[in-house]
Design a protein around this ligand. Structure first.
Ligand code: G1P
Length: 299
């Protein structure tokens, strides 16, 4: 069965971006002129995932508004004959079939994914975390979807990081996948945010997953882990040790393309600069300005 559902957890409070996120979801912060969440939905759709379930919470209304029609704005732009902007406004409305469920309590990423159980049912599905943006020129999900189809298990995305940089991530112990490609591995263990000294490898989990629905049963019996939260990483560690007939087996794709972290303020700034510099419309002027501005920092 072809995978067509994506889950996007978006219930976080965004405390790292206060006061901007006091009344605006962090997923709505613009990366140049587009909310971060739209890049993520566009990535899902480009991989054939047209059914998107967002796990939201309080104060997230503007998220739903963004993917809905905006009749007054559209009428105004239409009356002005501003068809280019009208198209921009309508693009996010027509993008995907977007659904919402509220998480209620912030009990962790594993709990957020469990909130998708009824919508997903008994099919494999993808999870995309909004703090990681994957450059559309380096698609990652299609490789993960293919590996899931081949193995029937679950697939995570991995990034090689400097060993002392592993702590903000889930970390994977992995072996080469028999008969697999160069960047495909089989996961033998997972630990959420280890100290560098205890990390089993330098393979960090990044925010893309393709999951066997057996993950729901496992999440239901997964107790609080690191930070007192129900961790998706812990459920995946259990799945990695389960037989394939029960939906077990976890595999990884090592990503070597362009990725932008928007999770904290410094990374967010870097992401905006890199993406703006690459834009065909703004890029040339922005790069010229940067070329003058950056040397002035060192004088
Ligand atoms: C989550 C996961 C972690 C993963 C990370 C990727 O952590 O729990 O395993 O490495 O996303 O961005 P968070 O960043 O939500 O704390």
């Amino acid at each position: 069965m072809v995978i067509h559902k994506a889950v996007i957890p978006a219930a976080g409070l965004g405390t790292r971006f206060l006061p901007a996120t006091k009344s605006t979801p962090k997923e709505m912060l613009p990366i140049v002129d587009k909310p971060a969440i739209q890049y993520v939905v566009e990535e899902a759709v480009a991989a054939g995932l047209n059914d998107v379930l967002m796990i939201t919470g309080r104060s997230k209304r503007t998220l739903a508004d963004h993917f809905d029609a905006a009749p007054e704005l559209e009428a105004t732009l239409e009356a002005k004959g501003d068809l280019a902007r009208l198209e921009l406004v309508r693009a996010s409305t027509d993008l995907a079939d977007v659904h919402y469920v509220r998480q209620g309590q912030p009990k962790g990423l594993g709990h957020a994914v469990l909130c998708a159980k009824h919508h997903i049912g008994n099919e494999a599905f993808a999870v995309l975390l909004g703090d990681d943006l994957i450059d559309a020129r380096d698609p990652l999900l299609p490789d993960m979807l293919k590996l899931q189809e081949r193995t029937g298990g679950s697939v995570i995305a991995l990034l090689e990081v400097e060993p002392d940089q592993i702590n903000p991530y889930g970390c994977a112990a992995a072996v080469p996948l028999e008969g697999g490609g160069l960047d495909e591995v089989r996961i033998t263990g997972l630990v959420e945010k280890p100290d560098a000294a205890d990390a089993p490898s330098n393979l960090a989990i990044i925010g893309r997953y393709v999951l066997n629905p057996a993950v729901f049963g496992v999440l239901e019996t997964t107790g609080p882990g690191r930070g007192g939260e129900i961790q998706l990483t812990d459920a995946l560690a259990t799945l990695a040790g389960m037989p394939a007939e029960q939906g077990g087996g976890v595999y990884g794709v090592v990503f070597r393309g362009r990725r932008y972290d928007t999770g904290d303020r410094l990374d967010y700034l870097k992401a905006v600069v890199r993406i703006a510099a690459d834009r065909p419309d703004l890029g040339p002027d922005f790069r010229n300005w940067l070329a003058e501005f950056v040397p002035s920092l060192h004088t």
